[in-house]
Unconditional design. Structure first.
Length: 116
């Protein structure tokens, strides 16, 4: 599975930004599509995930502000980010995960910078 993320950039606090991740390859084996982020000096953290069954999960800090969605026809997953805060500044990574076998694939990361 290959992943290509795009959509990062610079935005002011309170603004919105949308990320896109296009998947190719053996996408039929993917069980979970997710977005992670990593801020400087921080560990990578899960931001949002959606299972193949449509179940969505979010880290508490983005609930009500971020929305993950999938377009299976386009093999694409999105992350809509609203009411952005400076603490959302990070490199955002798209991930595709399979359960059996357990495997994770990663996109190249896209930088989101939120200015105060």
């Amino acid at each position: 599975v290959q992943l290509q993320a795009s959509g990062g950039g610079l935005v002011q606090a309170g603004g919105s930004l949308g990320l896109t991740c296009e998947a190719s390859g053996n996408i039929f084996s993917v069980d979970v599509m997710a977005w992670y982020r990593q801020a400087p000096a921080n560990q990578r953290e899960l931001v949002a995930a959606e299972t193949s069954g449509g179940v969505r999960n979010y880290v508490d800090s983005v609930k009500g502000r971020f929305t993950i969605s999938r377009d299976n026809a386009k093999n694409t997953v999105y992350l809509q980010m609203n009411s952005l805060k400076p603490e959302d500044t990070a490199v955002y990574y798209c991930s595709a995960q399979t359960i059996s076998p357990t495997r994770a694939y990663w996109g190249q990361g896209t930088l989101v910078t939120v200015s105060s």
